[in-house]
Ligand binder design. Structure first.
Ligand code: SAH
Length: 353
């Protein structure tokens, strides 16, 4: 009885093959005694041509298609709604997952190419005080297949290619580490979109042990660290995770990442009027990062209805940037996109009711 149940459980788990890597597909199909090239062929159908049924795979023998239909399904996330910004440069996709949860993905058409901003969790447990994604807490991690689905769905809507992926949507990617790594390897693989690791940015609130782990993976992705304050006291007030990993440990891990990988780390710094945007804060920040190969990306806060933070004036944002640049810290101000569809940073949230 137990054996029967276990066998059934395996069959159920194996039924959706969307998200299996080529190696996993090869292993799965070897049970059916299929030659290796079949796995390659099917992977290309699923991940490059967007097939969701074996019937579409017209270059497979009919008998094989029938056999596969009996055994497997191909179920990526499905579109629920799509919203375009008024300037049509930004599109937000709400994708439905098999358990009824939904995930948000944003396409940004920059003058330097198409960027896709993806989520790694349903909700977020980090509790940052300025962020809308964490208000309802964490529901669950996304699987590697679900993360992959976000990118491939956007890819299927585009005629041109995807040029960049930024992992800056909902959730903390380094709290979903194994699925993140599996996703990164798959999206880089030739049988999907073969995106260069250098075109991928992972953003973290500073999960220190996993920053070290990531630096050992030999994946030359860009690391972006959400700093948002120049000292422990203020950072802990804005970002509770700072109580677990203090600011100096975070910056040390960032320095180590840069040295090990040779990749310049980005520090994101949201500017909040009268909270972290004074000359004194800029001075502290420049001291904290001095001598480190890094960029600072300044983000005027997107005010979130549920949070009482204000955006500083343009002048004060520029002064902050000048102050850092004059002290040898490269700082740029992030261009905002998608505000009118609630797709701006920290606003990726389903207004369900
Ligand atoms: N958890 C990861 C990635 C998701 S957040 C991280 O913390 O980096 C992506 C970026 O959006 C982070 O830098 C985050 O701090 C920022 N962000 C969150 N809320 C924001 C808001 N209201 N305005 C501007 N940026 C915000």
């Amino acid at each position: 009885m137990v054996a029967v149940m276990a066998a059934e459980a395996v069959a159920v788990a194996a039924s959706n093959i969307f998200g299996l890597s080529l190696e996993e597909l090869t292993a799965e199909f070897s049970l059916l005694k299929l030659p290796k090239f079949r796995a390659k062929q099917i992977a290309a159908w699923i991940y490059q041509r967007g097939a969701t049924s074996f019937e579409q795979m017209t270059d497979l023998p009919k008998s094989l298609r029938d056999q596969l239909i009996e055994l497997y399904e191909i179920r990526p996330a499905k579109l629920i709604t799509q919203l375009d910004s008024t300037d049509s440069l930004t599109t937000k996709f709400l994708l439905g997952l098999s358990d009824g949860a939904a995930v948000e993905t944003v396409l940004m058409r920059h003058d330097y190419g198409n960027s896709v901003c993806i989520s790694t969790q349903v909700g977020c447990a980090m509790g940052c005080k300025f962020c809308a994604s964490t208000i309802l807490g964490l529901e669950r991690n996304l699987s590697a297949a679900e993360i992959l689905s976000e990118v491939l769905f956007v890819n299927s809507t585009l005629e041109e290619r995807i040029d960049n992926i930024v992992i800056m949507g909902i959730g903390e990617p380094l709290m979903n580490y194994d699925n993140l790594i599996k996703f990164l390897k798959m999206i880089h693989a030739e049988y999907t979109i073969g995106l260069s690791y250098r075109k991928i940015t992972v953003s973290t609130c500073g999960i220190v042990p996993n920053i070290y782990k990531l630096s050992e993976e030999d994946l030359p992705i860009t690391l972006s660290i959400s700093l948002h304050a120049p000292n422990n006291e203020l950072r802990s007030r804005l970002m509770p995770i700072n109580e677990n990993f203090h600011i100096d440990e975070v910056v040390k891990a960032g320095r180590d990442y840069g040295e090990k990988t040779g990749r310049r780390v980005t520090y994101e710094y949201i500017l909040i009027a009268e909270v972290n945007d004074t000359k004194e804060h800029a001075l502290q920040l420049s001291r904290l990062l001095s001598g480190q190969l890094c960029n600072v990306n300044l983000i005027p806060i997107n005010p979130v209805a549920e949070r009482n933070f204000k955006r500083p004036s343009k002048e004060s944002v520029n002064n902050f940037a000048d102050y850092l640049n004059n002290r040898g810290i490269t700082a740029t101000v992030r261009k905002e996109m998608g505000a009118n569809i609630n797709a701006a940073c920290g606003q990726l949230r389903l207004r369900k009711k």
